[in-house]
Design a protein around this ligand. Structure first.
Ligand code: GLC
Length: 547
């Protein structure tokens, strides 16, 4: 997609040119010796983010919570869980981060509260409670069972019976996470007030949890079966959630959230949405009045070969609305780690892809040192999803293990045994060790981020697809007369990208952190699983033959 004059002229916003880093607070840094990370710990480690070269940190929920879903069950939207610290600690963290030039993004969880939230306690107290309608209540079916067939993402029916008041309430996740009723304007007002509370404290944006879930069918129709579902698959997938997610009406709710943001300068609204890339366009809003960044999770599940990726990028670029800014995510606290899914070699290629594609990248803590999924012994399982639906590999504990800082006991994360086990590989795989190795995964990330920061073409530049075949993925990035060619070998045999005249430049970076400055003309030879960024003398070539 070539950029127009207007786009070239407009100065990019921080969340367009910048890179987001996700911190899972329980696992980043413990500062008070309870084996669980905290705000003070994050503060202590801000230098790492600066050294790495990212621009913003998104912190998963830190609010008071019974921790049934590790903070995604909020009991007080405007407080800090004592495990993590105090509001004062939070203010200090924001001040320090801002002082270092880092933005702070909080997780907003407006789809559901904890069952211990005072709103829900009040709602369930009686059918006539003024808060009753803040949640989604239905009478039992004639046989006394669930009102309809809706399923919880975390297993079983999405309806929980409340014996005291004789009705069921809807919960898209755990029964301890009742869904709020966004058809009630008081709910919107209450959540908007929560947003202002944090925005007034200096927060730079929100990542909105399960934003595509916020509205459910007003007529409570059954969800239809998914014919592709087979025994052994995630039981939630048995039905197509057409009446519980991605409803047209959700866009009105999102526009309301966006209006709150727009009353402040320079803030960002990010939406968590697991949908095919073509469906993401709608979440920018009909007149770009929706999310600034509807999270694009396509890389989390993409078939890892050059042709599938080229096609995916083209489909995504092609489906973006005019003026909608793209984004890419390679890992998060819910999905397998990239280094486990793709292996260590392709994880390097993936890092180069993430950090050179057009669009805001989100990096998941630990991926910058190649952390892998950690096997969790049965007696240490924490994730309620794994407990509810065991044995299908849905558990998320293995991607939430403590950050590996150094080779000291507990990897420098804590003085005591942490809440989840530290990966046994920590003596070799840790930040301190990789800082000392010029070819490490960490150095690759630092170099990629340095290049991105130094060259606007790599952050806000146009994306120029370059035709190629086999295992080769090629694309150009261009901005204000500066051009780069990114050449990625998705295979494990050497490949020669023969672009002919039109390819002339110098290698700025290889995923192996060597070849810097090497001159390339007409063709570039790539080793197995090698990716390179080439600073071009002129415009990108239009195609490459393979040899
Ligand atoms: C989101 C969160 C996930 C959580 C769920 C319910 O998908 O990322 O961790 O369990 O919402 O809040």
């Amino acid at each position: 997609m070539r950029e127009g004059q207007a786009e070239r002229d407009a100065a990019p916003l921080w969340w367009q040119s910048g890179v987001i880093y996700q911190v899972y607070p329980r696992s980043f840094q413990d500062s008070d010796g309870d084996g669980i990370g905290d705000l003070q710990g994050i503060r202590r480690r801000l230098d790492h983010l600066v050294d790495l070269g990212v621009d913003a940190l998104w912190i998963s929920p830190i609010y008071p919570s019974p921790m049934a879903d590790f903070g995604y069950d909020v009991a007080d939207y405007t407080g800090i869980h004592p495990l993590f610290g105090t509001l004062k600690d939070f203010d200090r963290l924001v001040a320090d981060a801002h002082g270092l030039g880092l933005k702070v993004i909080l997780d907003l969880v407006p789809n559901h509260t904890s069952d211990e939230h005072p709103w829900f306690r009040e709602a369930r107290a009686s059918r006539t409670s003024p808060k009753r309608d803040w949640y989604i209540w239905r009478d039992p079916a004639p046989d006394g069972g669930s009102p309809n067939n809706w399923l919880s993402e975390f297993g079983g029916s999405a309806w929980a019976f409340d014996p005291a008041t004789g009705q069921y309430y809807y919960h898209a996740f755990l029964d301890r996470q009742p869904d709020l009723n966004w058809r009630n304007p008081q709910v919107a007002e209450a959540i908007h007030a929560v947003m202002r509370f944090w925005l007034d404290r200096g927060v730079d944006g929100f990542r909105v949890d399960v934003i595509w879930h916020l509205m459910k069918d007003v007529a409570f129709r059954d969800n239809p079966p998914d014919e592709d579902w087979r025994e052994g698959m995630n039981p939630y997938r048995r039905l197509k959630p057409v009446h519980t997610t991605d409803l047209e009406e959700v866009h009105g709710v999102i526009a309301g959230l966006r209006q709150v943001m727009d009353a402040y300068d320079d803030r960002v609204l990010i939406g968590e949405i697991y949908l095919p890339v073509e469906r993401l366009a709608a979440y920018y809003g009909a007149s770009l009045d929706g999310a600034h960044l509807p999270f694009n999770f396509a890389l989390l599940e993409a078939e890892w070969n050059a042709r599938a990726l080229a096609d995916l990028i083209a489909r995504y670029e092609g489906s973006l609305p005019e003026g909608g800014w793209p984004n890419w995510v390679l890992g998060n606290h819910d999905r397998p780690r990239v280094a486990t899914r793709l292996g260590p070699d392709q994880a390097r290629v993936a890092a180069m892809l993430l950090l050179t594609l057009r669009g805001t990248p989100t990096l998941y803590y630990g991926d910058e040192i190649g952390m892998t999924n950690v096997p969790i012994p049965p007696e240490r399982v924490q994730d309620p999803w794994e407990k509810n639906v065991p044995g299908l590999g849905l558990g998320r504990d293995g991607v939430r293990t403590p950050m590996q800082w150094d080779g000291s006991p507990h990897a420098g994360f804590s003085d005591v045994e942490p809440w989840l086990p530290v990966d046994e590989a920590f003596p070799e795989v840790n930040v301190a060790q990789q800082r000392a190795e010029p070819h490490s995964m960490l150095e690759l990330h630092r170099e990629l981020l340095r290049l991105r920061r130094a060259h606007a073409a790599l952050s806000i530049g146009a994306y120029v697809p370059v035709a190629a075949g086999g295992d080769l993925l090629l694309y150009g990035r261009e901005h204000a007369g500066e051009s780069f060619l990114i050449a990625l070998n998705l295979g494990d045999v050497p490949v020669l990208a023969a672009c002919g005249p039109g390819l002339a430049g110098r290698i700025a970076l290889s995923v192996f952190c060597d070849r810097m400055g090497e001159r390339v003309v007409d063709e570039v030879a790539l080793r197995p699983c090698e990716g390179v960024v080439i600073a071009l003398d002129g415009a990108p070539p239009s195609f490459s033959g393979l040899r």
